[in-house]
Design a protein around this ligand. Structure first.
Ligand code: F6R
Length: 240
């Protein structure tokens, strides 16, 4: 695991941009795995600025997102499809047909899980971007999730719902279920880029980098991947 420690969120964005652009510029049809949440926002802003100022094209780039809430559609401001449209997709020249997220509105969520895994198997990620939860989750794979898991439905932990409640009017509005790529789907990516900032991520970052590889900390499996770049600020790195 390559660990890059920088001073602040701006520097995380610029270091992470370099890693993302290596993939995007070396393969115009690359499959890029994307994440939501606060951690990747700076990177997305940098990708947009680079697209506008330097002309990096996403015309043939294909995207797959990690996860989505069950029961929210793209009109809901809290859905991950809405987030991605708002924070990245609408501002770069991605082709709509090349954008893929799990559909949280499918009447049969098991079919949705199977279809999403089939899609991922047909186009493995050249790079997968990840944030990390304070409990070590990646995607919505909470502690205890099998390392062999593929796309599945999860019941969100109370702590995760509380963390995410800031995006909703109240905790009650935070969905109780989500659909997420499994850990095996994430590990199948050729390269993995993790971004994290802030003191509240320090313990999870420590467990991910130096802890025992255990399903108690889903991110610890990344120690077994051959090409992981971790870009974090000094607070997130403070226990390393
Ligand atoms: C988002 C996702 C989550 C987040 C994690 C960190 O698609 O899958 O695993 O990456 O919860 O969230 P932030 O960045 O908001 O701290």
């Amino acid at each position: 695991m390559k660990v890059i420690v920088v001073k602040n969120s701006n520097e995380i964005a610029s270091e992470a941009l370099k890693v993302m652009l290596e993939t995007v510029k070396s393969n115009s049809k690359a499959v890029i795995g994307l994440a939501t949440g606060s951690s990747p926002i700076g990177l997305y802003e940098s990708m947009i600025a680079d697209h506008v100022n330097s002309g990096t094209s996403y015309a043939d780039i294909r995207t797959v997102n990690l996860d989505e809430y069950v029961g929210l559609d793209e009109k809901s401001e809290q859905s991950y499809i809405y987030f991605m449209n708002d924070n990245l997709f609408k501002s770069v020249n991605l082709n709509k047909n090349n954008i893929n997220l799990p559909n949280g509105m499918n009447a049969d969520m098991q079919v949705e899980c199977d279809n999403y895994t089939a899609l991922l198997n047909s186009m493995p990620q050249d790079i997968q971007l990840l944030g990390i939860g304070a409990n070590g989750h990646i995607g919505f794979n909470e502690p205890g999730t099998s390392f062999d898991s593929t796309t599945h439905i999860v019941e969100l932990e109370e702590g995760t719902r509380i963390d995410n409640a800031r995006f909703f009017n109240s905790l009650d509005e935070v969905p109780k279920f989500a659909i997420t790529m499994g850990i095996a789907n994430i590990m199948n990516a050729k390269k993995i880029l993790v971004v994290a900032n802030g003191k509240n991520k320090a313990k999870a970052v420590f467990e991910m980098v130096k802890g025992q590889v255990s399903e108690n900390c889903p991110a610890s499996i990344l120690q077994k991947h051959k090409d992981v770049v971790l870009v974090i600020d000094e607070s997130a790195a403070s226990l390393l």
